[in-house]
Design a protein around this ligand. Structure first.
Ligand SMILES: Nc1ncnc2c1ncn2[C@@H]1O[C@H](COP(=O)(O)OP(=O)(O)OP(=O)(O)O)[C@@H](O)[C@H]1O
Length: 260
């Protein structure tokens, strides 16, 4: 197969992905295909199943049913290999609180076996971009946004081809959020696959090449903005209108406002 053929191989695939907690179905037979160069926005109301899906796609949580392939490898047989090669920025960064920022980055360099010389240049550039000038501080003493930025540096310095981000802009100041958006576009244009969740529909509308909407565990709509507009029959609709229409929350909102 030539180079072009390889580029078409999707880097994220889920088939019939399902997760139950007891009798409750949090994620219900979700199918996903995300290709190199794509920024995929995963949207849905609170409790829809976004984080549960990301946790399964990143090997943190075992599916009840279904198949996952990341970078062309099956999660059941290649979990460690997948984890080594993806980047994950969770919504609540869980970093060892007793380490300083510098110690945390050194730890990541060591466990991933990264080339220190190559990586130290990237760390310097990323820290400059995100204004991470507090590497001497202990993680336990950092604010949410500061931890989030440290986490972004620790993931981006590895240059993974697949990056999952759960609510990445929460806690970031305006400049950092803008830099993050531009960096994600740059990485995607260089062939990476970005999978992100957000409640900020404007971010999804502006940044994402394709959008998937999950509601009550089910993927209820998927496509480019144009495809979603066609699907809803509203040529000029904003993503907010489409989202509320597709998740059937528009009428509910009107009802709530009437009753207030
Ligand atoms: N460990 C768990 N045990 C039981 N139920 C869980 C567990 N994790 C998630 N759930 C349930 O699964 C559903 C989906 O949760 P999930 O965190 O995936 O939603 P989400 O779409 O990320 O929501 P939000 O936008 O509020 O972060 C919720 O009803 C949640 O209560």
């Amino acid at each position: 197969m030539g180079c072009e053929g390889r580029e078409l191989i999707p880097l994220i695939v889920a088939r019939g992905l399902t997760r139950k907690f007891g009798d409750f179905v949090a994620v219900d037979h979700v199918d996903l295909v995300v290709r190199p160069g794509e920024i995929y926005g995963f949207l849905g109301p609170n409790g829809a199943g976004k984080t549960t899906t990301i946790r399964m796609l990143t090997g943190v949580l075992k599916p009840t049913e279904g198949e996952i392939e990341i970078l062309g490898m099956n999660m059941k047989t290649h979990e460690m290999e997948i984890k080594k090669n993806i980047g994950v920025v969770p919504d609540e960064p869980k970093i060892y609180t007793h380490l300083t920022g510098k110690e945390f980055l050194d730890f990541i360099v060591e466990i991933y076996g990264l080339n220190e010389k190559e990586v130290s240049k990237r760390i310097a550039e990323l820290c400059e971009a995100f204004k991470v000038d507090y590497l001497g501080k202990r993680v336990g003493e950092m604010s949410h946004g500061m931890k989030q930025k440290l986490m972004l540096v620790s993931v981006f310095m590895r240059r993974p081809r697949v990056i999952f981000l759960d609510e990445p802009t929460v806690g970031l100041d305006a400049k950092s959020a803008k830099i993050l958006k531009l960096l994600l576009r740059k990485y995607a244009d260089e062939g990476a696959t970005i999978f992100l969740t957000t409640h900020i529909l404007e971010i999804a509308e502006k940044m994402c090449d394709r959008i998937g909407i999950i509601n009550k565990g089910r993927l209820i709509a998927e496509g480019t903005m144009e495809e979603l507009r066609k699907l809803s029959g509203q040529e000029k609709a904003s993503l907010e209108d489409l989202f509320l229409q597709l998740t059937a929350e528009n009428e509910e909102i009107e009802e709530i406002i009437r009753e207030l």
